[in-house]
Write a protein that binds this ligand. Structure first.
Ligand code: NAD
Length: 530
C-alpha cells in the first residue's frame, strides 16, 4: 500500500504529507549488508539470553526513560513524517510505547519463568516436568508507517524482553521515526547490536530480512497482500511468521445504545489518523430504530472536524500519507457514488491552501452491496453506515468480511453486549469503545482471517517470540512398561491398562482389572525391573 519512496543517491527521503516538504533523509541499508547486521545481532543475543530477567527489565525501563526524555522531539518527527495530529502522536504512539515498556519490564519475569507441568497419570507420576520459554533468536520486524513508533518499538521491546535480538525495518515512508527504535535502546545501554535498524523499501530490504537464515521469526505488520508475499517467502525456509495485517472493523449500534456516545465513538474510530488505522471503523451497522438520527448526527459531527497540519494542537485530521493512497481512497468513494451511494458528508478535498494529500472525512450511506468499499480495506477517512434489522442481522453482516481484526458493540446492556461479542469473528471485540486495548499492553493484539495470525503484546506476544521447551527430570528407577520386549502378555496388560485407566465408571474399570489381571501384573513387574 505504501508508495515507492523517494530515493536520492542511496538515501530515503522522508516527506511531510501535509506540506510535501522534505523532513530529512537517511542512508538506505545495502541489502548485502543485512547478513552482517543479523550475524552481529545474533552474537549480541547469545549473551543477552543469559542475562537474568532483572537485567532485561532494567534495559526496558531505560528505554522508557529515554523515550520520556526525547518525547517531544520524537512526537514532532512522527507528526512531520505522517501528518497525524500531535495529540495522536502522544496517545497512540508515546503512550502505547510507554505502557508496553513498563508492562514488559514489570511482568516478563512472571510470564517467562519456567512453569511446572503436573503429571498425575499413573505411568508418568514419578516424572517432574516443566516448560521453559527460551528465546527464539533474532526477530525480524517489518513495520507499517501508520504507527511508525508504536508498532515497531513495542514489537522490538517484546522481542528483547523474551531474550531475543531484533532487526527492525521501518516503513520507507517513516525512516526518521523508525531510526529512533535503535537509538532508544542505545541510550538505554542495551548491548551493541541487540536492536538494529535496516532502512529501505520492502521489496529489497524487507525481502532480504525475510530471506536471512539468521532470522528466526518474522513479525510483519502491513497490508494483507504484502503479508501474503512475506509468508510465502518465509515458508521457503520454514521460518515462522506473525502477521498483523489489514482490517475492516465493523461497529454494531444496538437499539439500546447511547446514541450520542456511539456517534462520538464512531467519529473517532473512523477518522483518527485520517482513517489510516488497521483497526479503524470502516463499517457501521445501526439498528433501524436509531439509523436516521445516527446518520444525521454523524454527518454533522464529521463536517465539524478540523482538518489541517498535525503540528497544530487543535487539528483533528491530518492528510493521507501519500498521493497514491489518497487516489485509491477517492477511487473507492467514486465507485460507491457511481453505484448509487449517498454522500452524507465530505467526499472531496478540503480547501486548505496546503499542497498535501488531504481528504474530507466522508460518511457514505445507502451503499449498494456491489460497491468495492464493502469488501476492500479503505484505509482512509471514509466510513459506510447501514441500517440493520436486528442484532443477528448485524452480526451476520459484520462477519461477512474476509478481515477479522477488531469489532465493537454499542449497547447499554452488558450481558447483551457480551453475547454479541462472542459471535463476532475478530481478534478483539470492544464494548462502547473501539481499539483502545492496543494501549493496554496486557491485552493481546492480532487478527483472524485475512487480518493475519499470531499475537503481539501481552503474555501471548512474549510466548510468540519464545520457543517453548518441555523438559523433565526422572531418577531412572522405573522401567517404562512400553519398552521392549513385546509379547502377548504385554498386549493383555495394555488392554487392561486402557480399561482400568480410561474405562467408564468404577464397574467398567474394575472389570478391566479383573479380566486382564495377569497382563497387568506382568506390566507392573516390568516397571519395577532394574
Ligand atoms: P505495506 O504492506 O505496504 O508495507 C508494510 C511494510 O512491509 C513496509 O515496511 C514495507 O516496506 C514492507 N514490505 C512491503 N512489501 C514487502 C515484501 N514483499 N517483503 C518484505 N517487506 C515488504 O503496508 P503499509 O502501507 O506500510 O501499511 C498499511 C497496512 O498495514 C494496512 O493494510 C494496515 O491495515 C496494516 N496495519 C496493520 C496493523 C495490525 O496491527 N494489524 C497495524 C498497522 C498497520
Amino acid at each position: 500500500m505504501s508508495a515507492t519512496p523517494l530515493f536520492a543517491a542511496g538515501e530515503l527521503v522522508s516527506v511531510d504529507p501535509a506540506t510535501l516538504r522534505e523532513v530529512g533523509r537517511v542512508v538506505a541499508t545495502e541489502p548485502e549488508a543485512i547478513g552482517e547486521i543479523v550475524a552481529e545481532a545474533r552474537m549480541a543475543q547469545e549473551r543477552w539470553a543469559r542475562e537474568p530477567f532483572e537485567q532485561r527489565s532494567r534495559v526496558l525501563r531505560g528505554v522508557a526513560r529515554a523515550l520520556l526524555d526525547a518525547g517531544e522531539e520524537i512526537a514532532e518527527t512522527i507528526v512531520a513524517e505522517t501528518g497525524k495530529p500531535i495529540v495522536e502522536a502522544y496517545t497512540s504512539e508515546l503512550f502505547v510505547c510507554l505502557d508496553n515498556l513498563i508492562w514488559l519490564a514489570s511482568h516478563l519475569g512472571r510470564v517467562l519463568r519456567p512453569e511446572r507441568v503436573p503429571m498425575p497419570q499413573l505411568h508418568v507420576r514419578h516424572k517432574s516436568a516443566s516448560l521453559r520459554y527460551e528465546p527464539a533468536g533474532v526477530i525480524g520486524i517489518i513495520s507499517a508507517w501508520n504507527f511508525p513508533l508504536g508498532v515497531p518499538l513495542t514489537q522490538a521491546a517484546t522481542a528483547v524482553a523474551a531474550g531475543n535480538a531484533a532487526v527492525v525495518k521501518p516503513s520507507e515512508l517513516t525512516p526518521l521515526t523508525g531510526a529512533w527504535v535503535e537509538e532508544l535502546f542505545r541510550r538505554a545501554g542495551a548491548p551493541a547490536g541487540l536492536v538494529r535498524i535496516v532502512q529501505g523499501p520492502g521489496e529489497t530490504a524487507g525481502d532480504a530480512i525475510v530471506r536471512q537464515r539468521g532470522i528466526h521469526r518474522v513479525v510483519f505488520t502491513g497490508s494483507s497482500d504484502a503479508g501474503r508475499a512475506v509468508a510465502r517467502r518465509a515458508a521457503e525456509r520454514l521460518c515462522p511468521v506473525t502477521l498483523e495485517l489489514g482490517g475492516k472493523d465493523p461497529m454494531l449500534v444496538l437499539d439500546d445504545a447511547d446514541l450520542e456516545r456511539a456517534v462520538e465513538g464512531a467519529l473517532w474510530a473512523s477518522f483518527s489518523n485520517c482513517g489510516q488505522v488497521c483497526s479503524g471503523v470502516e463499517r457501521i451497522y445501526v439498528d433501524a430504530s436509531l439509523y436516521e438520527p445516527f446518520v444525521a448526527r454523524l454527518g454533522e459531527r464529521a463536517r465539524a472536524l478540523r482538518i489541517g497540519r498535525g503540528s497544530d494542537p487543535r487539528t483533528d485530521l491530518g492528510p493521507l500519507v501519500t498521493e497514491m493512497q489518497r487516489a485509491r481512497v477517492e477511487e473507492l468513494v467514486a465507485d460507491a457514488v457511481e453505484r448509487g451511494a449517498a454522500v452524507v458528508s465530505g467526499g472531496g478535498r478540503p480547501p486548505l491552501g496546503l499542497p498535501g494529500w488531504f481528504l474530507e472525512p466522508t460518511v457514505l450511506a445507502e451503499v449498494p452491496a456491489d460497491a468495492r468499499v464493502h469488501a476492500e480495506e479503505i484505509f482512509g477517512p471514509v466510513v459506510i453506515v447501514a441500517s440493520m434489522e436486528n442484532e443477528s442481522d448485524g452480526i451476520r453482516r459484520a462477519n461477512a468480511s474476509r478481515f477479522g481484526l477488531g469489532a465493537s458493540v454499542w449497547t447499554r446492556d452488558r450481558q447483551r453486549g457480551r453475547r454479541v461479542a462472542e459471535q463476532l469473528e475478530a481478534g478483539s471485540v470492544w464494548m462502547n469503545d473501539h481499539a483502545y486495548s492496543y494501549g493496554a499492553c496486557q491485552a493481546p493484539w492480532g487478527g483472524r482471517k485475512e487480518s493475519g495470525y499470531g499475537r503481539t503484546h501481552s503474555k501471548h506476544g512474549l510466548y510468540e517470540m519464545s520457543q517453548v521447551k518441555y523438559t523433565d527430570a526422572d531418577r531412572g528407577r522405573l522401567t517404562p512398561p512400553w519398552w521392549y520386549p513385546y509379547s502377548e502378555e504385554v498386549v493383555d496388560g495394555f488392554r487392561g491398562a486402557l480399561g482400568a485407566l480410561y474405562g467408564d465408571g468404577v464397574r467398567g474399570r474394575a472389570a478391566a482389572l479383573v479380566a486382564h489381571r495377569h497382563g497387568l501384573v506382568a506390566l507392573g513387574r516390568r516397571a519395577l525391573r532394574r
